[in-house]
Design a binder for this molecule. Structure first.
Ligand code: FES
Length: 208
């Protein structure tokens, strides 16, 4: 493959990374030019855009490409050894559990038949077991750290969202459609797939 072919291939990779990073408008503007013109100025623009996006993420201003970092409230609003459903600004909801000072943000619905987990039991675990939530309907139990099933009948785990406490405020990285209340909470394996896809962008090094 010649230098021109290698440049085009490299540019296509850069386009994909920009799209995964959620900065699709830049590739959309630049794509027609790729077919005809010198790619170097375009590569510089895309690299700058990608660098800026990754810097914003590193500063915690945004979550990952597919999530939005939102505040769920002051940590003092959450009682120890309990769970509480939190409505987000757009109308969606998540369930916040607090055990031994640690916070877990999960889907509010069971992965089996969607029963409201807030009516179940949130537990710190014991005898070396993980903290869990148990569904009120058929007793499925989920690990609050991973969302995985600890006890059936559910075969799918629940979504557990990345959370962080900063200056006394609890934040979580939630997909925007869930913040807006227009989407359905993914199951644990669907959420893992989503992050595997976007992590290619988040963790990759920017091409110089
Ligand atoms: S709906 Fe939760 S275990 Fe069936």
């Amino acid at each position: 493959m010649g230098a021109w072919g290698r440049s085009r291939l490299w540019m296509r990779c850069l386009f994909q990374r920009c799209q995964v990073a959620g900065i699709a408008h830049v590739p959309a503007l630049a794509r027609p030019a790729l077919e005809r013109w010198d790619v170097r100025p375009l590569a510089a623009v895309l690299t700058l855009a990608l660098t800026a996006e990754q810097a914003r993420r590193a500063q915690g201003k945004v979550g990952c490409a597919s999530t939005q970092r939102i505040s769920l409230g002051q940590v003092t609003e959450f009682e120890e050894a309990s769970m509480r459903e939190v409505k987000m600004e757009g109308g969606g909801a998540v369930l916040v559990h607090r055990h031994q000072g640690e916070f877990f943000v999960t889907s509010p619905a069971c992965a089996h038949y969607g029963a409201p987990l807030r009516k179940g039991i949130s537990s710190a675990g014991g005898r070396g077991g993980p903290p869990t939530v148990t569904c009120p309907l058929h007793d499925a139990t989920f690990d609050l750290r991973t969302g995985q099933v600890v006890r059936g009948p559910s075969v799918d785990g629940i979504a557990v969202y990345k959370s962080e406490v900063k200056n006394g405020v609890l934040y979580a990285d939630i997909p925007p459609e869930l913040v807006a209340g227009t989407g359905k909470h993914p199951k644990a394996h669907e959420l893992a797939l989503m992050f595997t896809r976007v992590s290619k962008c988040c963790e990759s090094t920017v091409v110089a």
